[in-house]
Design a protein. Sequence first.
Length: 200
Amino acid sequence: MELVRSFIAIELPYELKLELTQLELELKTENQLGVKWVSPDSIHLTLKFLGNIAVDRTGEITGAMEEAVRGITPFHLRTKGLGAFPTLKRVQVVWVGITGEVDKLNQLQKRIESKLTPLGFAPESRAFSPHLTLARLSQRASLGERQRLGELIASTTFEAAGNIEVDAVSLMRSQLTREGAIYSRISLVELKRGDLPKSA
């Protein structure tokens, strides 16, 4: 039985990926040996990580996604601000924040969770915290390296010029390689625009 490592996400527009490329260049320094930067082409807004699933289950998962988006019309998000998990003094993950119609984003994420639970995917124990991951630090990164990166993040401002128009969600495949993960889309489910009122 073939398994695929997969997750559900919102894909980003090309223009934003260019801005994230520039941002990463600003944050990169020569002595960041323990920092693994995410290729801007691979950055996405994760809604649900599924782990390894059987290939023949992708159809039912896509069906659950179709049920989850029913009644949710397209909406807009923006990127604003930089931060780190767990703190700026002990950086483990570098992220870009998400603003805009976050209420609709939270609704979409909760509905995806609820539709996938009957299929055997346990809900996340942690609260959903929408963000875009820019970098991860390996265990070999020193405390000094983590703190220096935290100071750089604190002194850097970022707000992308354009919106993220959320008009679809994607079931993605993640293939792990030595160079990093390679992502490809398995299926895409569009958010339907509201029906126009009929004229009298």
